[in-house]
Design a protein around this ligand. Structure first.
Ligand SMILES: C[S@@+](CC[C@H](N)C(=O)[O-])C[C@H]1O[C@@H](n2cnc3c(N)ncnc32)[C@H](O)[C@@H]1O
Length: 499
C-alpha cells in the first residue's frame, strides 16, 4: 500500500471528544430502529474496512488511536474517505459528499437512527461506526484529546474485544450472555453463530450503541438488559457466557479521566481487581452442563505467591475445568506510568498507587484470559503464560481440543500409554524455519509453538494415524522418555487428537 497525505488536512490533529467532554446525541429517546443492514454492506463495498482503518488511523491495542495525521492509501475510493472521515475520524462532511458516498442509499435512516445530524450544509457523526472482525460496530469515537472521558463513554473495539471474540466457544441454539456488551461486538458474534443472546450493560448509552450495532449486522433479535453484573440475569443460567468486563486495576477511587468514568474500572473499596474477582467467582456458577465461559481479566500478583494463585482461588469452587492464560505482565510502577500517560488521565494519582502497591505487596499486574467449561467431574486447572501476540485468529476448535485433550490427560492418559495409542494430526499446522532449527505452530488460534529439528517437524506434519508414535518420532529422537515428553507436549497443545 502506498500512502498519500490528505491534501486538505496537511497537519490535522484529530479533534474527537467535543469541548463539552461528551459526544453529542441522546439515543435513549430512540424507540425503534430502522434496519441498517444495507448500510453495512455498502460501507464494505466502498472499501471502508478494517485494513483501511488501521492504515489510516492505526487504532492501538487499547482502543486508542495513534496517528495525528491522515495518510490515505493511494487506491482509497472517495466514498471510503468520506465514510471513514465521518465515522472514524469524526470530521464533518458536506452533505453533498456524504450523499454521494452513500448512493444509492439515503441519508434519512442514519439521521433517524441518531447516527448523524445535519449542521448547515454539513453532516456530523454522533457515533462512530467502525469495521471490526468482519462486522460493523457503533461506539463512541476513538479518544485522542486530553478532555476527561464521560462516564458512559462507549469504548471502541480494542485488543481485548478481539481476544474475547477469538476465544469464545459457541453452542448454536443455546443461550448466550454477553455481560458488559459495550458496543455489542460480542453479542452480534454470538447471535451470528445461532445463539439466543442476552446482552447486558450498566449504561443506557452502551445498550443503545449495541442495538445500533445489532441493526447494522442484521441481528435485531438480541435481548438487551440494563443493570450491574449479574443483576439483570436473575437466577438464570446460560450455555455460553462471554465477558470483556471492566478489568482495569485501580485504586478504588478509579483512574480520573479514564477508567472510573469509562466503565472499564475494576477497582472498588474491596480491592483493585474486585470486579474481575466477583465475575470470576460468580459467572462460572451460572454455566449449564458442558457450558463455556470466556472472560478477560486483570489481577495483581502479590510477592509471596505465583501469578496463578489469586485467579485459582476465585475459581476453585466453580465446578469447571479452567484454562487460565496469562497474556502479559507489567511491573506495577510501570503499569502506573502507562495509566498516567493515557489520554485524559492527567489527574492520575501516583501517591495513591504507590501506597496500594506497598499495602498489597503487588509484584506484577497480570492481564489474561479465563476460559472455563462446566466439568462433569471435579474439574482441573491448566495455567500458562502465552503472549497475547501469539493469538492470531479465531479458532474455537483449538480451544475445544485443548480442553478435550487436557481432560484425557487428567483422566489417565499417561505418558506410557501415549506411545501405545494411535493419534491423528490436526489440520492447520505450519513449520517455521529458524536457521538450522525449526518450529511447528498452529496457524490459527494460539500458536503454541514447539521447537524441533527440521526433519522432526516434517515428520510431525506427515503424521499418519496408522503408525505408532515411536515409528514416527524414533528416527529423530531415539530415547523413549524424550518421545513420551514430546507426545505429551503435542497432545497437550492440541497438535494431535486420539483416533
Ligand atoms: C471493556 S468494555 C467491553 C465492551 C465490549 N463487550 C467489548 O468486548 O469490547 C466493558 C463494558 O462493561 C460495562 N460495565 C462496566 N461496569 C459494569 C457493571 N457493573 N455491570 C455491567 N456492565 C458494566 C461498561 O459500560 C462497558 O461497556
Amino acid at each position: 500500500m502506498r500512502f498519500v497525505r490528505a491534501l486538505h488536512t496537511p497537519s490535522l490533529t484529530f479533534p474527537i471528544i467535543p469541548p463539552n467532554g461528551r459526544p453529542p446525541g441522546n439515543l435513549s429517546a430512540l424507540m425503534s430502529l430502522p434496519d441498517l443492514r444495507a448500510y453495512a454492506d455498502h460501507f464494505a463495498k466502498c472499501g471502508y474496512d478494517e485494513e483501511l482503518l488501521s492504515a489510516v488511523g492505526e487504532p492501538l491495542q487499547s482502543g486508542f488511536m495513534k496517528r495525528s495525521r491522515v495518510e490515505w492509501p493511494e487506491e482509497t475510493s472517495e466514498s471510503a474517505r468520506t465514510l471513514l472521515s465521518l465515522f472514524a475520524l469524526f470530521l464533518p462532511q458536506s452533505e453533498a459528499a456524504l450523499q454521494q458516498a452513500l448512493a444509492p442509499l439515503s441519508l434519512d435512516p442514519l439521521l433517524e437512527a441518531g447516527l448523524v445530524q445535519r449542521d448547515g450544509d454539513h453532516v456530523l457523526a454522533l457515533r462512530s461506526i467502525v469495521p471490526f472482525h468482519g462486522r460493523w460496530v457503533v461506539c463512541d469515537p476513538f479518544p485522542f484529546a486530553e478532555q476527561p472521558i464521560p462516564t458512559d463513554y462507549v469504548l471502541p473495539p480494542s485488543n481485548g474485544t478481539r481476544i474475547a471474540a477469538w476465544t469464545t466457544v459457541f453452542r448454536s441454539g443455546g443461550v448466550a450472555w454477553d455481560l458488559g456488551t459495550g458496543q455489542g461486538a460480542q453479542a452480534v458474534q454470538l447471535a451470528a453463530e445461532g445463539m439466543q443472546v442476552i446482552a447486558s450493560d450498566i449504561t443506557d448509552r452502551a445498550l443503545q450503541s449495541a442495538k445500533l450495532t445489532a441493526s447494522l449486522n442484521g441481528q435485531p433479535q438480541i435481548e438487551w438488559r440494563q443493570g450491574s453484573f449479574l443483576e439483570p440475569f436473575g437466577d438464570e443460567t446460560a450455555d455460553v457466557i462471554v465477558s470483556n468486563p471492566p478489568f482495569v486495576i485501580t485504586t478504588g477511587q478509579g483512574i480520573p479521566g479514564l477508567s472510573a468514568q469509562s466503565g472499564a474500572d475494576s477497582g472498588s473499596d474491596s480491592g483493585p481487581d474486585s470486579a474481575v474477582e466477583q465475575l470470576a467467582r460468580e459467572l462460572p456458577l451460572r454455566l449449564r452442563p458442558g457450558g463455556w465461559m470466556t472472560m478477560l481479566a486483570s489481577w495483581y500478583q502479590d510477592d509471596e505467591k505465583d501469578w496463578t494463585a489469586r485467579p485459582r482461588a476465585w475459581l476453585k469452587d466453580s465446578g469447571c475445568n479452567c484454562w487460565i492464560v496469562l497474556l502479559s505482565q507489567t511491573e506495577p510502577a510501570r503499569f502506573a506510568e502507562e495509566m498516567r500517560s493515557l489520554p485524559g488521565n492527567g489527574d492520575f494519582d501516583p501517591v495513591a498507587w504507590a501506597q496500594l502497591i506497598r499495602e498489597l505487596k503487588m509484584k506484577q499486574i497480570c492481564y489474561g484470559l479465563i476460559l472455563c467449561q462446566k466439568a462433569e467431574g471435579p474439574g482441573w486447572f491448566r495455567c500458562e503464560a502465552i503472549p497475547a501476540l501469539t493469538l492470531r485468529q479465531a479458532h474455537q476448535g483449538q480451544i475445544e481440543r485443548v480442553f478435550a485433550n487436557t481432560q484425557q490427560m487428567y483422566s489417565g492418559l499417561s505418558a506410557q500409554q501415549s506411545l501405545k495409542r494411535h493419534f491423528r494430526r490436526v489440520e492447520d499446522i505450519q513449520i517455521l524455519r529458524k536457521g538450522p532449527q525449526a518450529q511447528i505452530q498452529h496457524q490459527n488460534g494460539f500458536a503454541l509453538p514447539i521447537n524441533c529439528s527440521p526433519g522432526l517437524a516434517e515428520a510431525i506434519l506427515k503424521w499418519s494415524p496408522d503408525k505408532w508414535p515411536a515409528e514416527i518420532l524414533g528416527p529423530f529422537i531415539p530415547s523413549q522418555d524424550e518421545q513420551k515428553a514430546l507426545m505429551g507436549l503435542l497432545f497437550r497443545n492440541g497438535y494431535l487428537e486420539l483416533v
